[in-house]
Design a protein around this ligand. Sequence first.
Ligand code: ATP
Ligand code: MG
Length: 450
Amino acid sequence: MSCEKILLVDDEAGQRELLAGFLTSHGYQVAEADNGQAALDAYLEIFAPLAIVDMKMPGMSGVELLEKLRGINPFIQVIMLTAFGSVESAVSAMRTGAYDYLTKPVEDLDELLLVLEKAAAQNRLVVDNRVMSERLDDYFPDNELVGESPAIQKVKEMISLVAPRDATVLITGPSGTGKELVARAIHSLSPRADKRLVAINCAAFPETLLESELFGHEKGAFTGADRTRQGRFELAHGGTFFLDEIGEMPLTMQVKLLRVLEERSVERLGSVKEIKLDIRLIAATNRDVDKMIKDGSLREDLYYRLNVVNVHLPPLTERAGDILLLAEKFVEKYARKIGKNIKGLDSSAAATLTAYHWPGNVRELENVIERAIILTRAEVLTVADFAGLASSAPSTAMGQIRPIAEVECEHIEFCLNRLGWNIGTTAEKLGIHRNTLRAKIKEYGLTRPF
Ligand SMILES: Nc1ncnc2c1ncn2[C@@H]1O[C@H](COP(=O)(O)OP(=O)(O)OP(=O)(O)O)[C@@H](O)[C@H]1O
Ligand SMILES: [Mg+2]
């Protein structure tokens, strides 16, 4: 008996209910839908490895639905239901990458079970493959913004307020604080969610390349432009445009960007044809905006255009309460990805992570956890798995609070070494009984270095 989940989409209630009943009685967990849109909604809940989809439905066709499901889960195996005798539609179903097809009405239920079993095996094969599971990560970008601190709550609130509107948003905050994550969250909660989010990192391109990336070019517009190319603005039409690291954009480009924002249209390099644009713009920078305006590296008029709504992400240390929540989330993520059974962090690890000053913010925390999970041989991460952090943590002089036992251990060791491990003298200087000193040496596992 199977316990597989399956999505079942058919607009004919009779056929659908019959199949649903049959599959349920064979142990399948079935989510039913009578049209493409409802199917997509249901799919986000059930996330099944298998789907049975009717080719011909009003509204979204079975083939369109298959493609959309693939966008969510590239490894889903879809079995198409085609009209009896319609060889053409069976062929086109297979062409779009359906796993198999069955003709309607489905009468041979044993054959159905067999096909489903084979499809499930196929799904496991691709998902189990390590290389694939690496790629799976790209397909399921983890968009959840983790954190309960007041700072993050405010960010979440801002996101839900601005996402539904078309307002331009400027996201600020130091490196690695989650600016891109916020941009993606805004897009995916907006009415443009089913359209593209096109991103460009202004720091990644030299000025001339940046311009042709953004605006596109006609064939022959400059040496090397051997064919016409659409710019990223055009590609974002209908969707959201994310301008990352706007602080790195050269001033001449800033003027051009301003024009795009004012006129809501672009022209490809080497062309005078105006291309109308319907885009929502989100920009981000990790630099100090006020300072950039003062020193002239960011045009003030552009800034006002971009900063209709500002979402600010504070450094991780200003939301220290979130460090462990994030750490746990990353432990889970990387343990799954790397395939290790790791249960979490012990209290020594938690203390180390909380005390550290995280100059690289959330990204650094994520990297540190990934590394620890790769290297550890244990099921629970301890302070030893984060040895690198302890040495670069701020010193006691900077006011870090440490457990008494830790300080005591260090002090005893220091005195013993100074006094040549003479137990009597050391005990006397420390003002404790020699037996107490011996017990502490044992407790802390101190050994004579010479
Ligand atoms: N609140 C959060 N919850 C979960 N993951 C987060 C959170 N904030 C950041 N991350 C993760 O940390 C990493 C860095 O985040 P992101 O790329 O969004 O930062 P950034 O501010 O754009 O950094 P940079 O300025 O360096 O480009 C990403 O992997 C992101 O998923
Ligand atoms: Mg970024």
